[in-house]
Ligand binder design. Structure first.
Ligand code: ADP
Ligand code: MG
Length: 218
């Protein structure tokens, strides 16, 4: 395997910085989506957590893939709060644990990590596909990751397929009515509007895909 087949710790640092940029750019839109069914704070919440993650990952002395994801997890668990902070935090923590011991992450390791992260979110949050939550983006993303690994895709191709599946999953939430989380109290208002948490999942995975692809061209 050449080094290009896997994303090492410095690559993951770059992926996290690209994610922080993408979230900053879309924070107002994410809060607008949250205002339809929830309390309108989602964009600010995620941008705050990603701002911490940006600083903490840059400061790492030994940025292994696991260390970068673990620091990102802490930023969500410690700085975000609310239902989504704990769920995104446990997602990144499970991904980081799955990366443990690997100097570079290939498509198969990423598939394992996304499955572990998605399972953690489902077991903690108890949402199922169709409940209009981040789970509706995570489940198809993890399935696309597994399919890409089984097709022996490169990590860059795998991330492209994962990001596309997450975006489709997020889009599909606009016709769903929420049955879990804050938005369930105002299910009519959020009809026709995408779930903010699912949209954040798509933004994160799209940022990972774009940043990994930059690297393949450099
Ligand atoms: P809060 O609802 O505490 O204000 P945010 O606005 O930051 O938190 O996040 C809202 C998002 O959290 C929702 O769009 C949804 O995707 C996600 N979410 C909330 N509860 C759950 C749950 N039990 N399982 C999965 N995702 C959830
Ligand atoms: Mg909210």
């Amino acid at each position: 395997m050449s080094a290009r087949d896997g994303l090492d710790g410095e690559d993951w640092q770059r992926l996290v910085l690209a994610t922080a940029d993408a979230i900053d750019e879309q924070a107002a839109e994410l809060s607008r989506l949250d205002a339809a069914g929830g309390d309108g704070d989602h964009g600010v919440n995620v941008a705050t957590a990603m701002g911490h993650a940006r600083r903490e990952t840059t400061d790492l002395d030994d940025p292994t893939p696991a260390a970068v994801l673990s620091v990102t997890a802490r930023a969500f668990l410690d700085e975000m709060g609310g239902a989504a902070g704990a769920l995104f935090g446990s997602f990144f923590r499970a991904v980081g644990r799955s990366f443990n011991g690997h100097t570079a992450i290939d498509a198969a390791q990423l598939a394992d990590a996304l499955e572990a992260g998605t399972e953690t979110v489902i077991s903690r949050g108890k949402a199922e596909p169709g409940d209009k939550t981040m789970v509706d983006a995570l489940v198809p993303a993890a399935a696309a990751g597994r399919a890409a690994a089984e097709a022996d895709s490169s990590i860059v191709d795998a991330l492209g397929r994962i990001a596309t599946a997450a975006r489709e999953g997020a889009s599909s939430t606009s016709t769903m009515t929420p049955s879990i989380g804050r938005a369930r109290y105002s299910e009519d208002r959020s009809l026709g509007v995408q779930d903010p948490g699912a949209t954040t999942v798509a933004l994160i995975l799209e940022a990972w895909a774009a940043a990994s692809d930059d690297r393949s061209k450099s």
